[in-house]
Structure formats: C-alpha cells, structure tokens
Design a protein around this ligand. Structure first.
Ligand SMILES: [Zn+2]
Length: 354
C-alpha cells in the first residue's frame, strides 16, 4: 500500500495491489475495477476544471546558513491541510536553490516558491525526488512552470514508476483524500537520473547521493549535504508515522540492513524526514520499530511453529513492549497502523523462516 493509506481507503486496495504487481513486473490481468474507474473519472473531471485553493504560507525554518525546511502541517493528507503533509527541504547554494521533495500538489509547490523568494532572490536550479510516492513529487509541476527546463532528479526506476502507472494513481488518491483540494495538479515526473554514489555539485555545496537498498520503497534516496550535520532521508526514517511497506513495496528485513548502514556511516547526523520533526534520535527509533515488529514476529513464528493465530499473538506482544507503549503516545492512528504493520512484518517473517 502507499503512503496516503488511511483506514478508509480500502475500495482501491485491490487496484493498487495490481498496479504494484505490474510495477514490480508481475502480470495482472484485471487491473481496474468498474468502481475505481467511476471514482477516477469523477475525480478527473473535477481535477481538470478548477485549480485547488491557494495553500497558506508556511514560513521556512532555517537550519544552517543555507538549509531550510518548510514544515508540513500534519502527517497525513486531509481536506483541511490541502494535502500539505510532506516537509519540503531547500538549500540555497552559490549556483541557485535546490529543492528536495516538493510535497503533494501544484499549489503547495507554488507556496514553496513564494517562501523561497522570501529568503533569496536566486532561482531554483534543481529539484530532487527521494522516491516515487506522490507526496514527494506532485509539487514538481510548480517548479517546472516557473523554472522551465530545470533538472528534476530521482532514481531512474522511480521516474519510470511515476510515468507508468503510479503517477495517475497518486493524482487520484490526493484528490480523494483532500476532497479535491489538489485539483489542477498534473504528473510532472523526474527528468534526470541519479544513483548511489553520485555527487551533485552546486558550487559551494555538494550533495552526496546514497541508495542503500529497499526500505520504504525499492528506490529510496538519502541525500547528504556536505559540510553540514544534516541528511535528508525522505521516508526511510519517519517521525512517529507508520505508512507504506505493503505489497512488496518496502521490506522490514532489507530495511533493517539499510538502517544499520545509515547508522554506521551517518549515525551522528540530524535526519530530515519527509514527515515529522527532524532530529538525531529518528534513526534509533526507526531501528527499534523495525526490530520490534520483525524480530517479535520471527520469535512468535518459531515458538508457535507458525500457528495460524500467531499474528494475533505477535501483535499483542509487540504492543506490550516498552518501546511501542511509548511510540504509541506520539503516533497518529497508532491502533490501525500497528495492526497493519505487524501483519506485513509477520508475513515477511513467515516467508523468510518457513
Ligand atoms: Zn511520504
């Protein structure tokens, strides 16, 4: 399942599953249900006739002399937040402004441009999308309009996913979850490709690009700002937020390896996540979260010899851990999220242990 997932989004679950199967190379014969097509047409008609409302200004928070974050209002999309639930990071370099993950609509992108202009007269010269989820690229459109021809970077596979199927899927999901506040937003996929080990040189600032494998999606990028203690991590680390991971998109087991690698190479950084507050403790928290979910599942599977009720036993045990008791206090929609994530972790643990 995708990032926009909330408890009431089930009608399109099967469709999304099929889309992901296709994205991941599995043939799906019947991808679109009549119900989904009806919803899509209704949303599309509304989407093309009007622009969504102007998104209120959010003053950028300055982290260093060059680095800023426009902090999202919430962690999930609602009609009230107009889809602004993903932090936008930007960097003012000697060559111009570089924007990371410009959130989930053209109007949010326009707001970000207005805010950038309050801190520098320099033009935006590049955009980076850390992964293919729409809340990290649907704002691209505003930058393509105002700064025509600029490079928009992602991994090649992320751009392909957006162009193939997921792009339209995200446009529709955003309309649905915001009561059409994101209307007017069209697919503007990344047009330039980066991969692990690449360095983007912006004069006085270099961005080191890392891809450590599958975690939140198969193609997550981590962006290191040379000369600063900060690292932009997209959705590889999320502050008190559980989303995605389903349908073979993410992996707890592979993700734990990714998190370990971040710990050994960048354990001292302050991590800027796509959702929630930037802080150093994000990494330890995400490691504990993944380990609690996955390792408890493995333990229960082994103890019960893969009892059919094992997932319920695992859920109870996971929720009772001191880590989860504390995590729950700060995590929106914890009850639904922990049940979903436990079932995903349990399934993955079963696949790897039996
Ligand atoms: Zn996200």
């Amino acid at each position: 399942m995708l990032d926009f997932d909330q408890p009431n989004l089930s009608p399109t679950d099967n469709v999304r599953r099929d889309i992901l199967k296709r994205l991941l190379g599995v043939t799906a014969l019947s991808a679109l249900t009549p119900e989904f097509l009806k919803q899509a047409v209704a949303a599309d008609t509304a989407g093309k006739t009007l622009m969504g409302p102007r998104v209120p200004d959010v003053k950028p928070t300055q982290l260093t002399d060059k680095l800023y974050v426009i902090k999202a209002r919430d962690k999930f999309p609602t009609p009230q937040n107009l889809g602004f639930f993903t932090n936008i990071t930007f960097l003012v370099t000697s060559k111009g402004v570089v924007v990371l993950d410009p959130s989930a609509s053209v109007e949010i992108g326009r707001m970000a441009i207005r805010m950038i202009k309050t801190v520098t007269p320099k033009p935006v010269i590049a955009v980076i999308n850390t992964h293919y989820h729409g809340d990290h690229w649907m704002g691209n459109q505003a930058f393509a309009e105002q700064f025509p021809g600029i490079p928009m970077y992602s991994m090649k596979e992320s751009a392909e996913a957006i162009k193939n199927v997921l792009g339209e899927q995200w446009i529709q999901m955003a309309l649905k979850t915001t009561d059409k506040a994101t209307r007017g937003t069209v697919i503007t996929p990344p047009n330039s490709f980066i991969k692990d080990g690449d360095v983007l040189d912006f004069g006085d600032t270099k961005l080191n690009i890392h891809h450590y494998g599958k975690c939140h999606t198969p193609y997550d990028l981590l962006v290191e700002f040379s000369g600063t203690p900060y690292m932009h991590v997209g959705d590889v680390l999320m502050g008190h937020r559980m989303a995605g991971m389903g349908d073979n998109e993410g992996s707890f087991l592979e993700g734990m390896k990714v998190l370990d690698k971040i710990k050994s190479n960048f354990g001292d950084r302050t991590f800027i996540p796509g959702h929630g507050q930037w802080r150093n403790t994000l990494l330890a928290e995400e490691i504990a979260l993944f380990q609690t979910l996955y390792n408890t599942s493995v333990a229960v599977i082994k103890e019960t010899n893969d009892d059919p009720n094992g997932v319920g036993i695992a859920l109870k045990r996971i929720k009772a851990t001191p880590f989860m008791v504390e995590y729950a206090k700060h995590t929106p929609d914890f009850e639904n999220s922990v049940a979903k994530w436990t079932s995903l972790a349990y399934l993955e643990a079963e696949q790897n242990n039996f």
